[in-house]
Design a protein around this ligand. Sequence first.
Ligand SMILES: *[C@@H]1O[C@H](CO)[C@@H](O)[C@H](O)[C@H]1NC(C)=O
Ligand SMILES: *[C@@H]1O[C@H](CO)[C@@H](O)[C@H](O)[C@H]1NC(C)=O
Ligand SMILES: *[C@@H]1O[C@H](CO)[C@@H](O)[C@H](O)[C@H]1NC(C)=O
Ligand SMILES: *[C@@H]1O[C@H](CO)[C@@H](O)[C@H](O)[C@H]1NC(C)=O
Ligand SMILES: *[C@@H]1O[C@H](CO)[C@@H](O)[C@H](O)[C@H]1NC(C)=O
Length: 431
Amino acid sequence: MAAFLLSFVAITILASASANTNITEILDAYPEYKEFNDLLSQTKLADEINSRRVVTVCVLPNGGLSSYTGKYPLSVIKNILSLHVLLDYFDVPKLHKISDGSILSTTLYQTTGNANGKLGFVNITVLRGGKIGFGSGIPGSPLDCTLTKSVKQVEYNVSVIEVSQAIAPAEILAAAPPAADVNITDLLVKAGCNSFASYIVSTGVLKVYESAVNNGLTIFAPNDEAFKADNAPDLSTLSNAELVSILQYHALASYFPIGTLKETKDKITTLATNGAGKYALGVKTEGDSVSLETGVDTSRIASTVLDSTPLCIFTVDNLLLPVELFGKPPSPAPAPEPETSPSPSPAADAPAPESAAAPAPVLSPPAPPTSSPRDAPSEGPTADSQNSTSGNSAGVLEAPALMRMVLTVAVSYLRVFCCPKLSFSMFACIT
Ligand SMILES: *[C@@H]1O[C@H](CO)[C@@H](O)[C@H](O)[C@H]1NC(C)=O
Ligand SMILES: *[C@@H]1O[C@H](CO)[C@@H](O)[C@H](O)[C@H]1NC(C)=O
Ligand SMILES: *[C@@H]1O[C@H](CO)[C@@H](O)[C@H](O)[C@H]1NC(C)=O
Ligand SMILES: *[C@@H]1O[C@H](CO)[C@@H](O)[C@H](O)[C@H]1NC(C)=O
Ligand SMILES: *[C@@H]1O[C@H](CO)[C@@H](O)[C@H](O)[C@H]1NC(C)=O
């Protein structure tokens, strides 16, 4: 017991020693930057900042962004804010010592891949009289944003400085239509996800996606190769309800840009659901590579098709196969969401959910308390996800008997025609 406690403590210490900066916490100490701080959280830029080791944040006092907020969508505000996050460490002495009096610093906006020319850079110049001027990296841009004061430094990693006004070049203000106007299928087709696009149209899942967009939506679209892979299930053998479930499993009812995924420790809930709860995904980050783990398979996030608050679309290398439909997880089943079942208690006539969803006792040692739980995807069971337009999605899946039948048929088919390994794990699941 003592040894266990000791190792527990050791893990705790290790976890906190490697913990990254929390920009929200730093700025919480300064009410004069509350608006800026709130926007960093809303746009999830806070996660992106926290995932970086060396960063300088140029904050604006409350009111400093008032000519943009309300006038532009959050996606544009996010881009403006990204220009205020420099990927280098600058405290005031270092700013005054800039060699040759002028440099271009890379900003977070540059990492979006949307920055043309020098748009993703900020020009920092020591002006006549010793003032420090900031402006867009685009040649000839005004340097009318100036350093006001130092706010906080965690040497030599994180610096927060205050500047006089926003850096908001016209190119940034002109970008991005509102998320609700985005044609999701069109983007998917252009990104090489034709199969996925036609499935979401034919099943009606696109409507579910579209009705979720305004409150936040993240889509993981398998590319066309993923559908042709040897280990991909033959979707034509699945019932419409299963297909709908799988497609809903490829989306989250919240905005999860890549920086937020990287910082995610807990499982994230998808749009797919059965009576027992929402199907979840795990996230694994290795350096710059982010993978999603279903318990059946793992899929790398291959590219970002769109990151326009509150909508994010990624391509993934493999189909995401939910444990609930494709097999048991190697370890205990995903614990039921800690959200103490706010959903209506299982309908009286609905038998217990399939074994995969059963609250399995947690056999492994307690997970190391990796920092405080991140703000869990806070979407309640949204109307959209519950009221699937394709009507039959949830209903059928809630009825294990029918499900078992459907799966048995699918398995027999798979046994004959497809990879025996998959059919075996499906068989194991239903027997
Ligand atoms: C950062 O700090 C804020 C405010 O104190 C807190 O709500 C949030 O959970 C923290 N984030 C992390 C990753 O610890
Ligand atoms: C920064 O902007 C000033 C004024 O436009 C320009 O003279 C200078 O060359 C720029 N610095 C860099 C490093 O591009
Ligand atoms: C600052 O970053 C360096 C690597 O760039 C790292 O070794 C060091 O631990 C960091 N310091 C703090 C206080 O996080
Ligand atoms: C969206 O794009 C698809 C594919 O390009 C097209 O078929 C569809 O008509 C478009 N939808 C709207 C509403 O424009
Ligand atoms: C779900 O659909 C039913 C029937 O169409 C409707 O009565 C109900 O209000 C909807 N629920 C939500 C949360 O929108």
